[in-house]
Design a binder for this molecule. Structure first.
Ligand code: ADP
Length: 213
């Protein structure tokens, strides 16, 4: 999936979150977005997800500005998302969380059981699938989030500070898995991070934001 920001500005009332930002993430790219707290990283993620609209400028998905609800929904269904705070529904099991997300993206009903099994096996969560999020460790929870994201066979994975709550070993495992998805499946990856060691260890494109953006 290709994402292009064309002179995008986003203000929240009087607060400027990003200003006149242009970049292109091509199909199959692995791109880091970095910058200090408050520089607009989460705003970019929300703009890509169409949760908020730019104040000015355009966001093109595969060369096109999505206009209708259907176009926006179709794009959204191709995006897997993982967050620093996991955003799992606490009173559903890991398996039910994955199933719910598949349902939300209108995944073909008859393919849901296999999609869940495959994602759970890939993330080595076979003996955690019937547990609730509160029963998992941080590293397991982030693997569960990744299982939820990859189950939909995404064309793009958006990862918003995904290593923020992980110890270095789990953080590194997560990044290695994202790299694998990118290289083996051609999934486009956009990851926000302020972990400079992760940025330095992978030779990938980096979008650097400053507070003045
Ligand atoms: P980052 O993810 O890099 O920490 P954010 O995108 O969350 O940055 O925020 C960028 C700027 O926009 C910050 O100054 C922040 O306070 C402001 N901001 C973010 N969300 C809102 C909001 N809903 N209302 C007002 N200001 C916001």
């Amino acid at each position: 999936m290709e994402i292009k920001f064309d002179s995008v500005t986003k203000n929240y009332g009087p607060i400027s979150a990003i200003k006149d930002l242009s970049f292109t993430v091509s199909q199959g790219d692995f791109v880091f977005i970095t910058g200090p707290s408050g520089s607009g990283k989460s705003t970019i993620i929300k703009l890509i997800l169409n949760q908020i609209k730019p104040t000015s400028g355009h966001i093109l998905v595969n060369g096109k500005i999505p206009k209708t609800e259907k176009e926006i929904d179709d794009n959204r269904r191709k995006i897997g998302v993982i967050f620093q705070d996991f955003q799992m529904i606490t009173d559903l099991t890991i398996e039910e969380n994955i199933a719910l997300n598949l349902d939300i993206v209108n995944f073909p009903q008859d393919q849901i059981p296999l999609a869940i099994d495959t994602a759970i096996k890939k993330m080595k969560l076979q003996n955690r699938r019937f547990l609730f999020p509160g029963q998992l460790s941080g590293g397991e929870l982030q693997r569960a989030c990744l299982a939820r994201a990859i189950a939909i066979s995404p064309q793009l994975i958006l990862a918003d500070e995904p290593t923020g709550n992980l110890d270095p070993v789990n953080a590194w495992n997560l990044v290695k898995y994202l790299k694998y998805e990118n290289e083996k499946r051609g999934t486009t990856i956009i990851m926000t991070t302020h972990h400079l060691d992760i940025l330095k260890s992978l030779d990938k494109k980096v979008i650097r934001l400053t507070k003045e953006n």
